[in-house]
Design a protein around this ligand. Structure first.
Ligand code: UT7
Length: 328
């Protein structure tokens, strides 16, 4: 028997306010045609003035806990992946823990920007597989609209706010070492960082440098050129560990940065076009929230079923990138 992290529930939350490409084109020099053609984005959500990241996270977490059929007393690990915390400290996870009424175990944030959810999921899966914790709430939550430079057309059209969550539970199950992907749960993850590429995507401020939160700065084209290679390599590594071919997955649930990046990965790895879960048109890039939001969307509309094999991937500031494979 092997102790494995099983995904028992997922949830999502999007703020009410919709910001369309049309509306953006009235404030910066852009157009609906350009944004759709270059990114696939049609609209994004923006958090209300009185909504903070932990509010979004709590809504997504409650949704995931309801599906998993667990209450606050059942959770002993809360990990929030975010780049837009409510405060410099305490961790947003600590605030979320208190708002949910979770009293056991530990809560902490993971900071890997748009790859944050993959990092957080890998972290939680390792805690659960080690037997130190029983049930984890893994959340990606962002109010990226608060750090976007709304005068910079190259970045402000890309990002949106939202939150997604998964409940993971440690279960002792039979895993065939020759076919690790046959059993449910987290099968393999790969997380990578190359700090030498930090200038591709960063904010120009910080607590100990400027004393401000800073605003997003990006060399989009250079980042784009890094994306397909690194994402595809991470997915191949994960597939090899799981003893499958990338094309064997039932669903590909990527970080939603750019439709052209998704298509590039699909072509590179010869995945079926119809296995891609894309929410980019309606959500934009919600950074750490995008993967669990997309997963929840496909779960709720009936595409992803229990037992399906799911590949996730992300790439973000740092540079961070990675992939993960689980059986739902
Ligand atoms: O989630 C984290 C990971 N993020 C990513 O991986 C993002 C990766 N990068 C990208 O998705 C793309 O690079 C972008 C969507 C950001 C940009 O697309 P691109 O095809 O790489 O465009 P570009 O930056 O090369 O710019 C092409 C042209 C430029 O004009 P000139 O210099 O050719 O005259 C830009 O000034 O498009 C112009 N441009 C715009 N035009 C209209 C840039 N932003 C806009 C805009 N509307 N919003």
């Amino acid at each position: 028997m092997t102790l494995r992290a099983i995904v028992t529930g997922s949830g999502g939350y999007l703020p009410e306010r919709i910001l369309t490409n049309e509306e953006l084109s009235r404030t910066v020099d852009t157009s609906d045609e350009w944004i759709r053609a270059r990114t696939g984005i049609g609209e994004r959500r923006i958090a209300a003035a009185d909504e903070v990241t932990s509010d979004l996270a709590v809504n997504a977490a409650r949704d995931a806990m309801a599906e998993a059929g667990v209450g606050p007393g059942d959770v002993d690990l809360v990990i929030v992946a975010t780049t837009t915390p409510d405060r410099t400290f305490p961790a947003t996870a600590a605030i979320v823990q208190a708002k949910l009424g979770v009293e056991n175990g530990a809560a902490f944030d993971v900071q890997a920007v748009c790859c944050g959810f993959v990092f957080a999921l890998a972290t939680a899966a390792n805690f659960l597989a080690a037997g130190s914790h029983k049930r984890a709430l893994v959340i990606g939550a962002e109010t990226f609209s608060r750090i976007v430079d709304w005068t910079d057309r190259a970045t402000c059209v890309l990002f949106g706010d939202g939150a997604g969550a998964m409940v993971l539970e440690a279960q002792d199950i039979d895993v065939d070492p020759d076919a690790p992907a046959a059993a449910r749960g987290l099968i393999a993850t790969e997380i990578r960082t190359d700090g030498r590429l930090a200038d591709l995507l960063y904010v120009d401020g910080g607590v100990s440098s400027t004393g401000t939160a800073g605003q997003v700065r990006m060399q989009g084209n250079r980042l784009f050129r890094q994306a397909v290679d690194r994402i595809a390599n991470a997915m191949v590594t994960v597939a090899e560990r799981a003893r499958i071919a990338p094309a064997d997955v039932d669903w590909f649930v990527p970080h939603q940065a750019n439709e052209r990046i998704l298509n590039g990965v699909v072509d590179r790895l010869a995945l079926r076009r119809d296995c891609v879960v894309s929410t980019i048109a309606g959500h934009g890039n919600t950074s750490a929230a995008s993967i669990p939001l997309a997963y929840t969307t496909a779960r709720r509309d009936g595409r992803i079923k229990t037992g399906d094999l799911i590949m996730i991937e992300g790439l973000g500031g740092g540079l961070t990138w990675g992939a993960g494979l689980f059986r739902a």
